[in-house]
Ligand binder design. Structure first.
Ligand SMILES: *[C@@H]1O[C@H](CO)[C@@H](O)[C@H](O)[C@H]1NC(C)=O
Ligand SMILES: *[C@@H]1O[C@H](CO)[C@@H](O)[C@H](O)[C@H]1NC(C)=O
Ligand SMILES: *[C@@H]1O[C@H](CO)[C@@H](O)[C@H](O)[C@H]1NC(C)=O
Length: 395
């Protein structure tokens, strides 16, 4: 009997040990920063994962977080005045580990007397560059004593604040933090009122350099009106949308598309798109891409890599040159001015002058008809349909 109890005890013990070592081990909970407290204006909240291969889910309304809660993707900001209970849980991505315990923080956000500036577009991840605008909220935007100040990538602004006058271009890949505040200068001798500092984090990913090249078998250099040319793209994201625009402002919405081209979905990592433009030459054609990984970003121009240098980036446009040599030559010939005028004022014979004038008019008429005829014939001969043909080579 005692041996049976001993065997049972050992089995129970090993079952407990087994379940603890395999089934019941929980992943480590994330840390939440900053510590509990009261903040004025806004607060950026950050989680630090203590466990690889785990997702962090969180809530801010008191609900216990689960794998159905919001997935943590990066620091977030609390703006609205109020009290928040932030709770976070780590959930293993694979394996049989248990979810972590729930961590929590309590923050109180107080409304600031002077509101913080806002930013447009929203902070976040952008490809190549972002042009960020700082805006004063309505309640201070008409106040002539209010101004927006900012610094970029400065930990402690001190007295390095700059007055905001124009949109800020961020184009260096990496993380950038715009700190911004509103200062309302007081009357003589009074100290200014200053808003809390807003922090806007932008992540700039490397610019598009997809080796856009154009190739035209029958053209001397760049694409030419009436000749098929190819746009090569190396390694664009599959399902990107490409379009060719001719706007001086680059990749606007669906305006100023090259002739009749339409936005084209890219289906392969290596693509060659063939075009023929039958209308005017174009000084600047932009290759614009919208990538699925940046769905809300408008189309961006794709710079061309310079052939001559490994890192150099060329212009972000190419030209379509005027048409065939023949047409060009004819058009650049000195235009026909009509016969040169002979001074006939000294001729005394009026009828002679009249006959000469008549003959001259006939000549002019004849010359005009001939020129028109030639031009018309020439145009007919070179008439080409107004359309652009697009082929998608699944290279
Ligand atoms: C979420 O967790 C539950 C158990 O807690 C599990 O049954 C479910 O499959 C999980 N869902 C996902 C999408 O992981
Ligand atoms: C927050 O976490 C602490 C332990 O860190 C715990 O004692 C407390 O009950 C938690 N609060 C809520 C609302 O879950
Ligand atoms: C993209 O825009 C749509 C609507 O404009 C919005 O609902 C969605 O949340 C945005 N997505 C991202 C990732 O910003």
């Amino acid at each position: 009997m005692p041996s049976t109890i001993a065997v049972a005890a050992v089995m129970l013990l090993s079952a407990v040990v087994y379940s603890q070592s395999v089934g019941d081990v929980a992943v480590s909970a994330p840390d939440i920063y900053p510590p509990d407290g009261t903040f004025t204006g806004e607060l950026e909240v950050k989680f630090v994962a203590n466990q690889p291969h785990a997702n962090i889910y969180w809530t801010k309304n008191g609900d216990v977080p689960t794998n159905a809660s919001r997935l943590y993707e990066g620091p977030f900001t609390l703006f609205e005045p109020g009290t928040y209970l932030i709770q976070a849980i780590a959930v293993p991505k694979t394996g049989n580990l248990e979810n972590s315990v729930v961590r929590n923080r309590t923050y109180t956000i107080l409304k600031s007397e002077v509101p913080i500036p806002t930013v447009s577009p929203a902070k976040g991840k952008y490809r190549g560059q972002v042009v960020a605008q700082l805006l004063a909220p309505a309640e201070v935007s008409s106040n002539p004593n209010a101004k927006i100040q900012f610094v970029i990538d400065v930990d402690d602004p001190g007295n390095t604040w700059q007055t905001y006058t124009a949109p800020i271009v961020l184009d260096t890949p990496g993380e950038h933090i715009i700190k911004s505040r509103i200062v309302i200068s007081g009357a003589e001798g009074k100290s200014p009122k200053i808003s809390p500092t807003a922090r806007y984090r932008f992540e700039i990913t490397s610019p598009l350099v997809y080796d856009v090249t154009t190739e035209c078998a029958k053209c001397e250099k760049t694409p030419t009106v009436g000749q098929v040319f190819t746009v090569w793209l190396q390694n664009p994201e599959v399902n990107s949308i490409m379009k060719l625009t001719t706007s001086s402002r680059g990749c606007e919405l669906d305006r100023h598309m090259l002739d009749d081209t339409k936005p084209t979905k890219i289906k392969h990592r290596q693509v060659a798109y063939r075009f023929v433009t039958y209308t005017e030459p174009q000084p600047k054609v932009y290759v614009c891409l919208q990538e699925p990984s940046h769905p809300n970003q408008t189309f961006i121009m794709v710079p061309r890599r310079l052939k001559s240098s490994a890192q150099g980036v060329g212009d972000n446009y190419f030209a379509i040159e005027p048409a065939f040599g023949a047409i060009k030559k004819q058009q650049t010939e000195k235009p026909y001015d009509g016969p040169t005028h002979q001074p006939f004022a000294e001729r005394s014979n009026f009828s002679m002058a009249f006959i000469l004038l008549f003959a001259f008019l006939v000549l002019v008429l004849f010359a005009t008809c001939t020129t028109m005829g030639r031009l018309f014939k020439g145009r007919q001969h070179h008439r080409i349909p107004r359309a652009t043909v697009v082929h998608d080579d699944d290279a």
